[in-house]
Write a protein that binds this ligand. Structure first.
Ligand code: F3S
Length: 65
């Protein structure tokens, strides 16, 4: 199972993660990204990886449990 974790200390609200994977990420009122789903379905694994790579702050970590 793939999970995404956001490092809130790193996130600066660039929202590139949301642009790449709006099914998986959103940004709250304080400009911090959060994950919309606990388990990333296999068909969205590529989008999750693209979102992580697109983050200029390297704030997104993907864990494959
Ligand atoms: Fe934050 Fe990176 Fe997304 S800075 S809003 S996790 S692109």
């Amino acid at each position: 199972m793939i999970r995404a974790v956001i490092d809130a200390d790193r996130c600066e609200g660039h929202a590139r993660c949301v642009a790449r994977a709006p099914e998986l990420f959103d940004v709250d009122d304080e400009g911090k990204s959060f994950v919309l789903t606990g388990e990333i379905p296999p068909e969205l694994a590529g989008a999750a990886a693209a979102a992580a790579q697109a983050c200029p702050e390297r704030a997104i970590f993907l864990h494959n449990d």
